[in-house]
Design a binder for this molecule. Structure first.
Ligand SMILES: [Zn+2]
Ligand SMILES: [Zn+2]
Length: 137
């Protein structure tokens, strides 16, 4: 069940990504489950480990069972982001699933007035079609 809202530590451990954000007057909670190894299907793909530590910045995902390796971008392209949101434009509350594909967006820092570039999952409100960006802190 890729779209089940993660609640337990075990479920959170199966995620590659999750974030909770306030977006203007709205908010969004997004999560992405890891998928099993496409080769042996025995285990979830994960970042490689070295000496018991996960190599967070690795550009690859590895199957802990059979060592099948996939490039990060290729693997993440097969994943689905589930998003529970309240639209900042129209107040609609909804649930949507979109491909886990991060885009570079410009973000305005309201304190400094400066814009910077950030990775975001972009989706449209199902009611008013407003574009909503979920950036990671
Ligand atoms: Zn495998
Ligand atoms: Zn809306």
């Amino acid at each position: 069940m890729p779209s089940k809202k993660p609640e337990t530590d075990e479920e959170i451990g199966k995620l590659v990504y999750f974030t909770k954000r306030n977006i203007g007057n709205g908010k969004a909670f997004a999560w992405v489950y890891r998928l099993p190894c496409p080769k042996c299907k025995k285990a979830l793909m994960g970042k490689p480990r070295e000496g018991g530590k996960v190599k967070i910045r690795s550009k690859e995902y590895v199957c802990p069972e059979c060592n099948y390796t996939v490039e990060k971008e290729e693997y993440e392209g097969t994943l689905t982001a589930a998003i529970e949101y309240t639209c900042p434009q129209c107040g609609n509350s909804g649930f949507i699933e979109v491909p886990y594909h991060k885009k570079k967006v410009k973000v305005l820092d309201e304190e400094t007035g400066k814009t910077s570039s950030a990775d975001a999952i972009v989706f449209s409100c199902q009611k008013c079609s407003a574009k909503i960006n979920i950036t990671k802190k």
